[in-house]
Design a protein around this ligand. Structure first.
Ligand SMILES: NC(=O)c1ccc[n+]([C@@H]2O[C@H](COP(=O)([O-])OP(=O)(O)OC[C@H]3O[C@@H](n4cnc5c(N)ncnc54)[C@H](O)[C@@H]3O)[C@@H](O)[C@H]2O)c1
Length: 335
């Protein structure tokens, strides 16, 4: 299979490209990434000389290029997005452009130039909004709370609409919070690790009681891969591993793993629109596609912390003061 991956130089995208190239000796990947905020060419340095992997530095909103490349692909895995909720509060327009218009550009390219190509739209639990009790199912109404999740929900709606109107072969995956190697230091887990390694205060938004469900990035990649091969057209699949934790607890675990004092924890003002809890019912992907998480949360969290400790050369230039800021949604353009 020849797969067009978008956003393959980011955290999940790079892990996904590596997963496919390693697991399927006959598969080929074309990776389109504009090298935006979450991207790092070093993430796929190991594939540089791989003949089955080709990289194109480009924006998925460039319809001319996407229209041309789509003709060469059997499938598209659309991973590219602006992904940091905090940044979506200060720069929402970039999220509408890259996440919603970007997805629309791909749908149009498939519709007009290769309507046999299958599209996997990599979406997020955040589109459902918060849930205080129970877990969201795939047919629950999207109720996004911030510009990031709104831009992703809008993209999902275009994907389902293109299935219904044009009969495009599409499936949507909605996953919970990922952790693992190559995640940009602006996100909770790497930011906590790096600030703690530098003995800087570790910010906790609000009370720290907001709950997220954590999944190791390799389990997410395997789920996307299985939906690509076995998922049914027009379907949505929730992906979750059942590791729900309040943010304060995950930060405490990381400090313990690093043997750093809990006194580094610093409570800061809460982020506007901060959802209290996300939770997904992932029984559909487990029963219909045969996916289940393989990795232990405790082991892979420890391995992830260790990866950042061992790979300072990877994050050193990325971990600027701005990226590690305690309250990024308060930064202005001038900062
Ligand atoms: N990280 C998570 O916990 C999580 C959970 C569920 C779903 N997701 C979804 O997974 C996807 C990837 O997330 P991530 O954490 O790896 O993000 P990331 O920020 O690490 O990577 C995103 C990549 O997309 C690229 N990109 C953005 N806009 C682009 C454009 N217009 N054209 C080409 N490339 C573009 C960036 O350059 C970057 O390499 C996103 O769609 C996100 O919504 C992420």
């Amino acid at each position: 299979m020849k797969i067009l991956v978008t956003g393959g130089l980011g955290f999940i995208g790079s892990n996904f490209c590596r997963h496919i190239i390693t697991k399927y000796p006959d598969d080929k990947i074309i990776n389109i990434d504009k090298i935006g905020v979450g991207a790092n060419p070093a993430n796929l340095k190991d594939l540089e000389n791989e003949k089955r992997y080709r990289f194109i530095k480009e924006d998925i909103c460039n319809s001319k290029l996407v229209n041309k490349i789509i003709k060469q692909a059997d499938a598209v895995v659309n991973i590219a997005a602006e992904t940091h909720v905090d940044r979506s509060i200060t720069h929402p327009a970039a999220f509408v452009k890259n996440n919603t218009i970007g997805t629309f550009t791909i749908l149009e390219a498939i519709r007009k130039h290769n309507d046999k190509a299958k599209l996997i739209q990599v979406s997020t639990d955040e589109i459902y909004g918060e849930i205080r009790l129970g877990s969201h199912q795939e047919n629950d109404m999207p109720k996004p709370s911030n510009p990031y999740s709104a831009s992703k929900a809008a993209a999902d709606m275009f994907v389902t609409a293109y299935h219904k109107t044009y009969n495009l072969n599409v499936a949507i995956t909605r996953c919970t919070n990922n952790y693992g190697p190559y995640q940009m230091p602006e996100k909770l887990i790497p930011k906590t690790i790096i600030r703690a390694l530098k003995n800087l205060p570790v910010p906790i938004y609000g009370s720290g009681k907001n709950v997220r469900d954590w999944i190791y990035v390799k389990d997410h990649c395997e789920a996307i891969d299985l939906v690509l091969r076995k998922g049914e057209s027009g379907e949505i699949y929730n992906i979750s591993a059942g590791n729900e934790l309040p943010n304060i607890e995950i930060v405490k675990k990381i400090l313990d793993l690093l043997k750093k004092p809990q006194s580094l924890i610093s409570f800061v003002e809460d982020r506007p629109g901060h959802d209290a809890r996300y939770s997904l019912d992932s029984s559909k992907i487990r029963s219909k596609v045969g996916w289940k998480p393989k990795f232990s949360f405790e082991e892979t969290l420890a391995a992830t912390v260790n990866w950042y400790v061992q790979n300072e050369s990877w994050w050193k230039s990325l971990a600027t003061e701005k990226i590690l800021h305690p309250t990024p949604w308060k930064l202005s353009d001038a900062d």
